[in-house]
Design a protein around this ligand. Structure first.
Ligand code: NAD
Length: 367
């Protein structure tokens, strides 16, 4: 079978993970070129990483290389345009989070997918971890009973220097604070495990960093299955952790980690008397494991390309989390609970996560 050709767009901090991911699939994927608007930086990266060709223009990259897959690792505000142009050029897309700036942009990507028959997957590598898929399968089997309560924390630390990078900390380019940029990973995993959310009430503020977007957000969530959830995203937490917790009728399921995990970071606590129950026994039967990586996800996308099927984190599988974040921000700015599917074209929060506002009314003033 002929190898597929991929190209990398953006050669900054996360680019190494993309190179490593492509090379982890080298029997069926070849990383032939990279592109960066900062051509000098791009060239230095390519030389260091052994990538043969480097471009400073995206159109030229697509035209000359005719890639099967485009890996997008540029800053968030460019994702949608780059993704749509890649699809139009006949490629599939593996695009960094956040996939796009708004529900409107998500619909642009959906329309481009329809026109081209290609798919655009959001990088959400946590969801592809074998241990996550295992926990989801056991929860979905119903053997652990109903989900009652869920907790999702992204308590990370990003200092003032981190926000000195020009694209960070603004609605226009980072598209949001730790809710959109960091908590998206844990919330995406959380929402997939908890089931369909139906209502969210949230508050957010800029408590310490000198940025336009929030540095902390909190949300209360109601789920279709009756469960309640609590979500915190913050960039202000010196002892960092990502924490997920689901309390089901038969057991508490917890995941505690930072940036990546294996089955060893999950903890199962059976409810009294449920130690030998079917669900708890199934949970403790872990499958072959591998740590979280971009490589696992890109491998799955290559399987999808070969099978001609939609990747897990594209289309509806990407919408769930972006729509949740849009609702969370709308609740922050309006002070009202926001219900599922209520943000439609014509709503300012359909076009932008901040609904065109910048000031977080309930935030401490940043001086
Ligand atoms: N999945 C993860 O775990 C993870 C981790 C870190 C960052 N990210 C995401 O990866 C993306 C990039 O983050 P980063 O930390 O590497 O940023 P960065 O600022 O270090 O690098 C971005 C690079 O893109 C280049 N660039 C800017 N505009 C471009 C354009 N229009 N076309 C091509 N290149 C362009 C810049 O010159 C720079 O080299 C962001 O969306 C970020 O949220 C994801």
């Amino acid at each position: 079978m002929q190898k597929k050709k991929c190209v990398l767009v953006g050669t900054g901090g996360i680019a190494d993970s993309h190179v490593k991911a492509a090379r982890s699939q080298e029997d069926r994927l070849e990383l032939v070129a990279a592109m960066d608007v900062d051509l000098q930086k791009g060239r230095a990266f390519c030389e260091r990483s052994g990538i043969e060709r480097c471009y400073g223009d995206f159109g030229e990259l697509l035209e000359k290389e005719k890639p099967d897959l485009v890996q997008i690792a540029a800053p968030p505000q460019f994702h949608c345009d780059l993704a749509v142009r890649s699809l139009e050029a006949g490629a599939w897309v593996f695009c960094e989070k956040p996939l796009c700036a708004s529900l409107a942009e998500l619909d642009r990507i959906r329309d481009a997918e329809k026109r081209t028959g290609r798919f655009c997957a959001s990088v959400l590598q946590m969801r592809y971890a074998p241990s996550h898929r295992h926990v989801k399968a056991v929860i979905d089997s119903g053997d652990l009973g109903r989900i009652l309560v869920g907790v999702c924390h992204t308590l990370w630390y990003r200092d003032h220097e981190y926000y000195a990078v020009p694209w960070r900390g603004t609605w226009a380019s980072e598209l949001g604070g730790p809710t959109m940029g960091h908590g998206i990973h844990a919330m995406d995993q959380f929402l997939e495990l908890m089931g369909e959310w139906v209502e969210v009430s949230a508050m957010a503020g800029t408590l310490d960093r000198k940025i336009e977007v929030e540095d902390t957000s909190l949300a209360m969530v109601r789920f279709r299955n009756g469960a309640f959830g609590s979500v915190i995203n913050s960039a202000l937490c010196p002892r960092e952790e990502s924490y997920l917790r689901l309390d089901l009728q038969m057991a508490t399921v917890e995941l505690n980690h930072l940036y990546g995990f294996t089955k060893d970071e999950w903890r199962i606590t059976p409810a009294p008397g449920k130690e030998e129950s079917e669900g708890v026994t199934a949970l403790n039967r872990w499958p072959d494991d591998a740590p979280v990586s971009h490589g696992i996800q890109i491998g799955a996308i290559l399987d999808d390309m070969e099978a001609g099927r939609r990747p897990l984190t594209s289309g509806p599988g990407a919408r769930e989390t972006i729509a949740f974040i849009a609702a969370l921000y709308k609740s922050v700015f309006t002070g009202e609970p926001v219900v599922r599917d209520s943000i439609e074209p014509g709503d300012p929060f359909y076009d932008r996560m901040n609904g065109g506002r910048t000031r977080l009314e309930n935030a401490a003033t940043v001086s």
